[in-house]
Design a protein around this ligand. Structure first.
Ligand code: DGY
Length: 343
């Protein structure tokens, strides 16, 4: 079906989409907009990004695309909305977009339950040597059948989890921890009394949480205050038997300090879905640590259901601004990160 004519423009609104998305959200978008899609599996190069945003009304980007003043300049004055297919939006210069009257939207907490599931997958994999066991069986190293002390791990039930950041994802993790009979501590910039009441989580200062937890799980957002929040000094405060789980953002942890802590046995292990540099370079010392580190390729939100909902939300924000609102900013899109004065 040809794109529907835009109410206030000769041409349908133009949208650059930086990656293919699961589900049929892009088909919905194409019904009312002229879509330029990077259909390769890799993100667009910087050069491609700058070229393809030219003259667009909207950019639908991923967390791997840096959207800064240069990109906004390249897009030009037609750009009205940057819709990110992500919960984090630290890859977008929001202040610059706001100054230019461009909406920035994200996919909010849609991923909370999926990310909490994966957090527990990592926690259990670390605690109970799941990945090591799988390799042992496949590689024919399981020689003597059932063995009293084969791959002894850490008991999860009855242990203590320390959750850093008790927002929607942290709370979803706390709910699961309750099901595992864990004692739940949390540290956050602000107390979350509602989540405390729901999950039985107890507030602690960061040092207290690090010292008492068997599993420290990170669920805070990435910003200047949280960058390298977990570093040499914090890792030194953790129990030698404890595991660090990170499904938030790589740069919250100083990876060099973490590698040292793992090499020298300051902590027992780590389960990581996110890294300072993604994809994780093969030369990273973490790659060599097969016994005490479980590594995943940033798939916290990667359930079909969640990723499809994220795609629908990212598309809806664009349609709200360009089609429903006729580009005038009424109604304001859902999941808007910045406040734009209506034009
Ligand atoms: C996000 O959306 O910020 C996640 O890290 C990936 O889905």
């Amino acid at each position: 079906m040809p794109p529907r004519r835009h109410q206030h423009q000769q041409q349908p609104p133009r949208v650059y989409v930086t990656r293919k998305l699961p589900g049929d959200a892009l088909q919905t978008l194409a019904k009312s907009c002229q879509v330029t899609l990077n259909s390769r599996p890799e993100p667009p190069t910087r050069k491609e990004l700058l070229k393809n945003v030219r003259g667009k009304d909207a950019i639908l980007c991923m967390l791997s695309d840096r959207i800064d003043a240069q990109v906004m300049d390249a897009a030009g004055p037609s750009l009205k909305i940057i819709s990110s297919y992500s919960t984090g939006f630290e890859h977008i210069d929001v202040a610059e977009a706001t100054r230019r009257g461009i909406y920035v939207t994200y996919t909010s907490d849609i991923l909370a339950e999926a990310t909490a599931d994966l957090t527990f997958a990592l926690l259990l994999a670390c605690a109970r040597n799941v990945v090591q066991g799988d390799r042992m069986v496949r590689e024919g190293r399981w020689k003597v059948g059932w063995t009293p002390d084969l791959l002894l791990g850490q008991q999860v039930h009855g242990s203590t989890i320390g959750i850093i950041g008790l927002g929607r994802i942290g709370t979803a993790v706390a709910r699961r921890a309750g099901g595992f009979g864990m004692r739940i501590l949390y540290y956050s910039r602000n107390r979350n009394e509602k989540a405390e009441a729901e999950t039985g989580a107890t507030y602690s200062d960061l040092d207290g949480l690090l010292a008492q937890s068997d599993f420290v799980s990170i669920h805070t957002s990435m910003n200047d205050a949280s960058r390298h929040m977990i570093n040499r000094s914090s890792l030194r405060k953790m129990k030698k038997t404890a595991y660090l789980i990170n499904t938030a953002r790589g740069a919250i942890v100083d990876e060099r300090d973490l590698a040292l802590a793992l090499e020298e046995g300051w902590i027992a292990g780590a389960g990581l879905d996110v890294f300072e540099k993604e994809p994780l370079p093969k030369a990273s010392p973490l790659v060599r640590m097969e016994k005490n580190v479980v590594l995943l390729p940033h798939i916290g939100s990667a359930s079909r259901q969640t990723r499809e909902k994220m795609a629908q939300a990212a598309v809806k924000s664009i349609l709200d601004v360009l089609v429903v609102g006729g580009g005038r900013g009424e109604p304001e899109p859902a999941f808007c990160v910045n406040q734009i004065r209506r034009r």
